[in-house]
Ligand binder design. Sequence first.
Ligand SMILES: Nc1ncnc2c1ncn2[C@@H]1O[C@H](COP(=O)(O)OP(=O)(O)OP(=O)(O)O)[C@@H](O)[C@H]1O
Ligand SMILES: [Mg+2]
Length: 230
Amino acid sequence: MSEPLLSGRNLRKAYDRTSALDAAWFDLSAGEIVAVTGRSGSGKSTLMLCLAGVLRPDSGEVSFDGVRVDRLSEAERSLLRRREFGLVLQFGQLLPELTVDDNVALPLLLDGRPRRDARSAARMWLERFGVAELALARPGQLSGGELQRVALARALVTGPRIVFADEPTGALDSAGTQQVLELVLDTARHEGMSVVLVTHDNTVAAFADREVVLADGCTTSVSAFGPGAS
Ligand SMILES: Nc1ncnc2c1ncn2[C@@H]1O[C@H](COP(=O)(O)OP(=O)(O)OP(=O)(O)O)[C@@H](O)[C@H]1O
Ligand SMILES: [Mg+2]
């Protein structure tokens, strides 16, 4: 059997005395879309941040494409994220002093792409997400749903191998949620990207190929959607 593209094995992570992850396991194949679900406080965001190399687990292993992410330095993890991952964080990560199009172009600029190319790629993604008219606004002038569309544009602009999205549609209405998820997942399927989709919303999770459920920091069940799935 082939190795998964990304895996988390027996992950533990505590913040001070609060245990956030306690024996969490996770596998993701190339091109797969996996939802991470569970109640508020169950450890979904912490798991995603450990898998994406933002946080280092206290113990356990994270591997991406044969590389032990948990053994990399902060600088190496930052480079890995920039090159290979697209991240949408639960509580926003747009820079308030930059315009929307510069925020979306930033990952390309940091990777040395010419400004004109980066700008035009940013505009294209803003257009796809239906927020092209906001290109020159600053994040502080946008609604929650608009911010989420911009954050997704920014996560996809580099053509990452894995998109990690934490509650990416929480501020959108149901029509907006459907439209945005279809765009992200169609892009992922077309480009062969994998997606880790963190959500507490079952209707969002149903867009995934598979669901991993967390309870008290522990993975409790893994299920497939589709025929035969409960
Ligand atoms: N920075 C932090 N400092 C201290 N405790 C934290 C921190 N972040 C998370 N926790 C705690 O760790 C546990 C897991 O939190 P986490 O944010 O991973 O849950 P979650 O499943 O993403 O929740 P939600 O659905 O509300 O976003 C919770 O008990 C939370 O209070
Ligand atoms: Mg969370």
